[in-house]
Design a protein around this ligand. Structure first.
Ligand code: GUN
Ligand code: ZN
Length: 645
């Protein structure tokens, strides 16, 4: 029912299929007021909407019409309709007069596509004891709803107030139920009071336990300022009452915040409302006309932002967009900074290569998961006796005019076996062999460093000082000293075989370089750039080095070597018997046929496709990460390359 199409960190674009058609995600669902709606949200780009079944249920006229004609006719929308249960009214007014079974069955009867059980929206800041008690009720109601529903898909809402452990607990219990969508509830009070840090904790502690195969709905999030950040935390659905509520109040939404009409000299965008009216004209209109026009503007900017976010996920530039958006408000920036605490979670979903370069937009960029991943690799793999040098322009070695480098280290080094690395922002220490590999070369940062960046580099150098030598002229710049300084001088060398082996290790894990490349491989370079393009053994192609990201693409021979050299389950995607012939014929692998895989696989990785008996069937490019491959039942998981096995 939910298929993932492209990915950037925890963010994804996808397709959600319902009884009333497919919708592209991330999606914004405008809130429709049954009976009061005046704006045609479909005309503004809504593919899916949400309305409130409790309001319908409580109004005899609406209720009768909904039961007779269905909810789609009632609100005059042909696409998928989601209904809420009245829980929000419960949180606003303290009580409602409907039971879980009544409201769930009612939603099913009126033909809603995705219905919601009567969860308890526990507000922020309550005691752990109360939050847990209410989570248990929410869990029980979600479970009961499974018995009362017949046709509709079900929302199972994550609660837990501002207790991350309870959010995780609730999410992990809901993950076991056969429901279709997971809203994250009771976050409206956090957003209204700009408590974005706690919002990030609530969302990520929930998402960490939710199955990646189900869409997540950030309930009550309708301000376009938050969409990019929310998608980067793995949210797929939003609902907006904001477009109309803000309009009632003469406020215009934008990705930078909210503008009060009475303070406006200029209209803020280029939508038809803004092009055709001045603020003064709007002020002079009667209330209802003005409200409708502002609501149209609000919908316009909200859908424009959703499209922009989807494009950013596709491009791999979502975090650059998030960093831009989070400058709209200091509290939003706080929320974004908090995300770095979840780097290990996000890393599992982060592709190793993307279409766009990594841009440093400020010190927060140093907290991004790409940096975290690389520094972790450096911690495990930096070779003893590495000479750290000032970085020339990127890519580094093609600008190499270093020749002899004077260095200082804490202990004497063996000049014959020196390794070389560059010191740079944002990736810190970059071994010379990896200087063309994504994202170590495909990034940019200001040439004038800020204090945070200087501190980041200083800390790294200090951490590794017993393993490294430092180019002498860097010492003063960084303000680090090697008191017992041993001085030396070395010629910088880039050895091809070392380069390709290290790239293979970086890409496929330790040992891959040895497995793929014997000492006598033949290297073919691009005539234009001089860079390595093809690597052969005798006359057989082992792999190609992709120009866009410097990573290796395996040929059949390369796959055989990697398979032979690295034991199960490394780099493998295991398919069931039914899909073996398809894999052999170069057909794409669908997620539902996958029975096991290497946990280190990320979307975009080159993988080996094997049978349950570890027989090599094909090679291909993963479209999903390991967690997703194991959890999803829809859509493609690996794009297979033509066989030859
Ligand atoms: N709308 C906004 N927040 C919530 C929530 O926590 N639960 C439900 N059911 N609806 C909401
Ligand atoms: Zn506008």
């Amino acid at each position: 029912m939910f298929e993932i199409k492209s990915k950037d960190g925890l963010g994804r674009t996808g397709v959600l299929e319902t009884g009333h058609g497919k919708v592209k995600t991330p999606a914004l669902m405008p809130v429709i007021h049954p009976g009061k709606q005046t704006i045609d949200v479909g005309a503004h780009g809504a593919e899916i909407v949400i309305t409130n079944s409790y309001i319908i249920y409580r109004n005899p006229e609406l209720r009768e019409k909904a039961l007779r004609d269905g909810v789609h006719k009632l609100i005059n929308f042909k696409g998928p309709v989601v209904t809420d249960s009245g829980s929000f009214q419960l949180s606003e007014y303290g009580e409602i007069d409907v039971t879980n079974d009544e409201i769930v069955m009612f939603q099913d009867e009126i033909g809603t596509d995705i219905g919601t059980s009567l969860d308890i929206p526990t507000p922020p800041g309550v005691s752990h004891r109360r939050a847990l008690k209410e989570v248990e009720v929410t869990l029980q109601r979600a479970e009961e709803a499974l018995e009362y529903r017949e046709r509709m898909m079900l929302n199972a809402v994550v609660q837990g107030s501002t207790h991350p452990d309870l959010r995780s607990y609730c999410a992990s219990r809901l993950a076991e139920l056969p429901v279709e969508v997971h809203p994250i509830g009771a976050v409206v009070p956090l957003m209204e009071s700009y408590r974005y840090r706690e919002l990030v904790d609530a969302v990520l502690s929930s998402v960490s336990e939710l199955p990646p195969s189900r869409p997540r709905h950030l309930m009550g999030a309708g301000h376009p300022m938050i969409f990019a950040l929310a998608v980067s935390m793995g949210c797929d659905l939003f609902d907006s009452a904001a477009y109309i509520l803000y309009a009632e109040d003469d406020r215009l939404l934008s990705t930078e915040g909210t503008h009060k009409l009475e303070n406006m000299q200029e209209m803020p965008c280029s939508c038809s409302v803004c092009m055709d009216h001045t603020p003064q004209e709007l002020m002079g209109m009667d209330k209802e006309d003005r409200r409708n026009l502002i609501a149209e503007h609000n919908l316009h900017v909200s859908f424009a932002e959703i499209r922009k976010v989807r494009q950013a996920v596709y491009d791999g530039s979502l975090m650059e967009l998030v960093e831009e958006r989070c400058r709209a408000h200091p509290r939003l920036l706080d929320g974004y900074r908090r995300m770095s605490a979840y780097a290990d979670l996000i890393e599992k979903f982060e592709p190793r290569s993307k279409r766009s370069a990594f841009f440093y937009t400020g010190p927060e960029s140093l907290g991004r998961v790409e940096v975290h991943r690389h520094i972790s690799w450096v911690r495990e793999n930096l070779r003893d006796g590495t000479l750290i040098m000032r970085a020339p322009e990127k890519p580094y070695s093609s600008n190499l005019s270093l020749g002899k480098v004077k260095y200082v280290s804490e202990k004497p080094l063996n000049d014959d076996s020196l390794n070389f690395a560059f010191l740079d922002i944002p990736f810190g220490i970059i071994p010379l062999e990896l200087d063309q590999v994504y994202p170590l070369a495909q990034n940019d940062a200001p040439l004038l460093r800020d204090l945070d960046s200087e501190e980041f580099l200083r800390k790294l150098i200090t951490e590794f000082r017993d393993k490294i030598a430092l180019e002498e002229s860097l010492m003063g710049d960084l303000g680090v000293e090697f008191p017992s300084g041993y001085r030396g001088e070395a010629d910088v060398l880039v050895d091809d075989l070392r380069r390709i082996r290290m790239i293979a290790d970086y890409q496929f894990g330790e040992g891959a370089g040895e497995a793929l490349f014997d000492d006598d491989v033949r290297i073919e370079r691009s005539r234009k750039t001089g860079k390595i393009r093809h690597i052969y053994t005798n006359e057989k192609l082992i792999c190609t080095m992709r120009a866009s990201d410097g990573l290796l693409v395996l040929s059949a021979e390369g796959a055989v070597r990697l398979h032979r050299g690295k034991g199960y389950p490394a780099n493998r995607v295991v398919v069931n018997e039914d899909s073996e012939p398809f894999a052999r014929n170069g057909k794409s692998i669908f997620a539902k046929f996958i029975i096991d895989c290497d946990v280190n696989i990320r979307a975009g990785d080159e993988v080996l496709i094997v049978s349950a008996g570890d027989e090599l069937l094909a090679t291909g490019r993963a479209l999903l990460c390991a967690e997703e491959m194991m959890d999803l039942n829809y859509g493609q998981a690996v794009k297979t390359r033509k066989g030859g096995f």
